[in-house]
Design a protein around this ligand. Structure first.
Ligand SMILES: [Zn+2]
Length: 151
């Protein structure tokens, strides 16, 4: 008996079942007993990612989509945790010292935030105005030049 792959019209569950050609059109969903559609005979394709379990319908590549979505969601979740922790750290710092603003916050090489004294902040701004900003301006100008060339 060949192995066939089905997907439920109602809940989207995908499953495999051994059955005869005659029986394959009479299959019902394992979970909700609703009618299913025949996807393909399982051994007609060598490429066969995870097939059991619920998956979104009508995308054509739904099981792959589902896996990618899961990976993207997990990755985003981890990144948001980092962003939230950074914001929390900065707020904690600012709450420690009244009068301090975001301009007083410095990121150390260890990835920690510290408050700069006003003196240090002034020095930092000088470096920013005289070195960092011109660097970005030059870089930006270059990019604009490239863009107009391409146009
Ligand atoms: Zn179902």
């Amino acid at each position: 008996m060949p192995l066939y792959k089905f997907q439920c019209h109602s809940c989207g569950l995908r499953f495999k079942n051994f059955c005869s050609k005659e029986q394959r059109n009479l299959q019902k969903c394992k979970k909700c007993k609703e009618p299913v559609k025949l996807l393909m005979s399982s051994n007609s394709f060598g490429f066969d990612p995870k097939t059991e379990g619920p998956s979104p319908q009508n995308t054509g590549v739904s099981s792959l989509d589902h896996d990618f979505n899961e990976i993207i969601a997990k990755d985003s979740f981890e990144r948001w945790k980092v962003i939230n922790k950074r914001n929390l750290d900065k707020h904690k710092l600012l709450n420690q010292e009244s009068g301090a603003s975001g301009q007083n916050i410095q990121l150390t090489v260890d990835g920690e935030y510290v408050l700069m004294s006003d003196e240090k902040k002034e020095g930092f701004e000088k470096v920013k105005d005289n070195f960092i900003q011109p660097f970005f301006d030059a870089h930006y100008e270059e990019m604009e030049k490239k863009k107009t060339k391409e146009d």
